[in-house]
Unconditional design. Structure first.
Length: 441
């Protein structure tokens, strides 16, 4: 995009976008939930469709002039069902993002106080999967299943036992920090034996599902939510697939239940991304994401780092820093940011530390794969990450909570001047500039 008019009209915002473009070019984006949308997706997102109000659904709007908007939304729905192979499902493409999509499902199908079963949050669940500080945890009775303490993977026998004990109305699968394959059919069978609704939040792996690199939740799971901006490479938005029998409840929960006017420019951009995901190149792309993740995981392990569950089957992995010391995720995350590698600090299963000062680092390969990087680059990057983790992972966080922020500030001040940071930052830039950033270059 050239931003010519923006440069003239609003140089301040233009300059910020230029600085962010440069940060993206010179750095390595390894937050597993981030990616680069194509120029075509960005053009649809920045189109005049943003000007239209369209409360309601195609064929039944509360505003006039929606003849073409209806075409956009119907096309997005048709493409969504086709690329996901979701025959027999209805899809709502209006949720503004992943959290409202999940909340709309609960609002549609549950009464306040009803029971939902989901994965423990420090084991990989999302904020909207029952965090006590989130709307979900405040309004519904979440009960949790754990990962197996030895394998750090799902144990379906334990899930089944807990479902029989707690009788949830919804069993939720699909996670925000789980590096292994999910057996959707097994979850659906457990749910159906218990008379529960099965729900999968596949936000992280939806691109892998479309590209055939992960088992599909269709036709086993009753309700499937997904964001559209992660492995799917669309704009920031979400969709809800549901069996036809839930269509009315889900649509009513999204509008008028939780949202007003849908963002039809975003829905158009979702449609463009879905068309891109339907191409054969997308299958190659997602397979490369997984190959890259495996190459990265192997390098990190060979360098002596511990990964949660010992590796990955998908696009992400979690470094467990507890073998160095618990709570050092915040230092390693800061040091990686300083060299230009964006990851995020995260809790690891049974983390003794809180989410802001956790013991792990979550990272993934979707964005780097979109830039065209392959296994060779993952090996180089893995060695850089391992050097940082080994250097800064052993730094101890103060026991006293009130001293932690100051310790992080002092760490940041000193770390930026160290030789290792300067050396790796130069290596990162040298590698990054060789690979164009989609949507920018
Ligand atoms: N924030 C997203 C993630 O990083 O996984 C989920 O909402």
């Amino acid at each position: 995009m050239t931003y010519e008019e923006l440069k003239k009209q609003d140089p301040e915002i233009y300059e910020i976008i230029q600085k962010e473009s440069q940060r993206q070019r010179l750095g390595l984006e390894m937050i597993p939930s981030e990616n680069y949308a194509s120029s075509a997706v960005l053009e649809a997102l920045g189109s005049i469709l943003t000007d239209k109000y369209a409360e309601g659904y195609p064929g039944k709007r509360y505003y006039g002039g929606n003849v073409h908007i209806d075409e956009v939304e119907r096309l997005a729905q048709k493409r969504a069902k086709a690329v996901f192979g979701a025959d027999g499902y209805h899809v709502n493409v209006q949720p503004l993002s992943g959290s409202p999509a999940n909340l709309a499902v609960y609002f549609a199908l549950l009464e306040r106080g009803d029971t939902i079963m989901s994965l423990k949050l420090d084991h990989g669940g999302h904020l909207t999967h029952g965090s006590p500080v989130n709307f979900s945890g405040k309004n519904y009775n979440f009960v949790y299943y754990p990962l197996d303490p030895k394998t750090e993977m799902l144990d379906y026998d334990v899930i089944e036992k807990l479902v029989i004990e707690h009788k949830p109305k919804i069993i939720l699968t699909g996670y925000t920090a789980y590096p292994r394959t999910i057996d959707f059919e097994r979850i659906a069978t457990i749910a159906s034996h218990a008379g529960a609704i099965s729900m999968a939040d596949v936000s992280h792996i939806s691109g892998l599902i479309v590209g055939g690199a992960h088992q599909s939740p269709f036709p086993a799971i009753d309700i499937v939510t997904t964001t559209t901006h992660k492995t799917l490479r669309g704009p920031r938005a979400a969709m809800i697939f549901c069996r036809e029998k839930y269509k009315e409840q889900i649509d009513k929960a999204v509008f008028p239940g939780m949202q007003g006017g849908p963002h039809e420019n975003t829905i158009a951009a979702v449609a463009v991304a879905l068309a891109e995901a339907g191409k054969s190149e997308f299958r190659d792309y997602v397979r490369q994401i997984v190959k890259n993740a495996q190459a990265l995981a192997e390098t990190l392990t060979a360098e002596g780092l511990k990964l949660v569950s010992g590796g990955t089957d998908n696009h992400l992995m979690l470094i467990d820093l507890r073998p160095f010391t618990a709570g050092s995720g915040v230092f390693v995350d800061k040091a990686l940011e300083e060299v230009g590698i964006s990851t995020n600090k995260t809790t690891v299963p049974n983390d003794p530390m809180p989410p802001y000062y956790p013991s792990g680092i979550r990272l993934g390969t979707p964005a780097l794969t979109s830039r065209g990087m392959k296994e060779k680059e993952m090996q180089e990057i893995g060695k850089m990450i391992a050097r940082i983790a080994k250097e800064f992972g052993p730094i101890e966080l103060p026991q006293e909570k009130e001293k932690r922020a100051a310790a992080l500030k002092e760490f940041t001040r000193q770390m930026t001047h160290t030789a290792i940071i300067k050396e790796i930052k130069a290596q990162v830039e040298e590698l990054a500039v060789r690979f164009p950033v989609p949507g920018i270059d």
